[in-house]
Design a protein around this ligand. Structure first.
Ligand code: DLZ
Length: 230
């Protein structure tokens, strides 16, 4: 495909100051993952998403991403309430310096069954019972699959992309597809902006911007706002 057509359009600007965004990433191919997560966080923060509203969770490999994303986006959009006072979310998942490897403690959402999900430790479980009701506005799934000698790559790439789409449509929470499917390490490094000699482009930045945009748009749509806008 011509590079003149396939480009990186400048993202539109959205105010993310009231958004809550989760990043779920795998740990395979860590140096690439770290660069991608850092790129996503950079763009999310540039859009004014508050640090305590950025939650980062790791899972072993890309195959585990869909289930984790599903747990971070469990509330059907129709039952959301955006009138939560700020105090209900403040301190819910405080993260001092978002890094690719941090785990966050505490309840992360309320599934349709009404059973609280107690995920990742106990530290913040006591912070506020109300935080369980504060949904994520978007989830970014970040993984790096590098093709090897077997069919493993094809099976995982296909199933993970299908499953992430399913989570997005089932929950109405935007799930940003941040899974690199590279034919070799060089391709992966280049797409994380850490290639050599040409660094390439960090696609994590695009995913961060896409998360803020989709979260903002879905919120508007849920309010019945479908006005013309490109
Ligand atoms: C097993 C495996 C292999 C061979 N390669 C990758 C990879 O390139 N990227 C990735 O994210 N995960 C890989 N995995 C691990 C699987 O995604 C998964 O974690 C395991 O099969 C356990 O379910």
């Amino acid at each position: 495909m011509s590079e003149a057509i396939k480009n990186h359009p400048a993202p539109k600007e959205f105010d993310g100051s009231s958004l809550r965004i989760a990043i779920v990433h795998s740990r395979w191919n860590k140096s690439v993952i770290d660069a991608l997560v850092a790129g996503a966080v950079r763009k999310i923060k540039e859009a004014k998403v508050q640090e305590h509203n950025i939650v980062i969770q790791s899972v072993p490999g890309s195959f585990e991403l869909p289930l984790a994303c599903q747990r971070y986006a469990p509330i059907p959009f129709s039952s959301r309430n955006y009138s939560y006072p700020h105090s209900m979310i403040a301190g819910s998942h405080v993260q001092a310096g978002a890094t690719a490897t941090d785990l966050l403690g505490g309840p992360i959402g309320t599934p349709r069954s009404g059973t609280p999900i107690h995920g990742l430790g106990s530290a913040s479980i006591m912070s506020s019972a109300n935080t369980q009701k504060r949904p994520f506005d978007a989830v970014i799934a970040i993984g790096v699959l590098i093709k090897g000698a077997t069919m493993h790559f094809e099976y995982i790439s296909e199933s993970v992309s299908q499953a992430l789409m399913r989570v997005q449509l089932d929950t109405s929470v935007p799930v940003i597809f941040g899974v690199l499917t590279a034919l070799n390490e060089e391709q992966a490094l280049y797409r994380a902006g850490i290639g050599s000699p040409d660094k390439g482009h960090n696609h994590g930045e695009d995913w961060g911007s896409a998360a803020v945009e989709m979260a903002s748009r879905v919120r508007k749509w849920s309010e019945g706002n479908f006005l013309n806008e490109s």
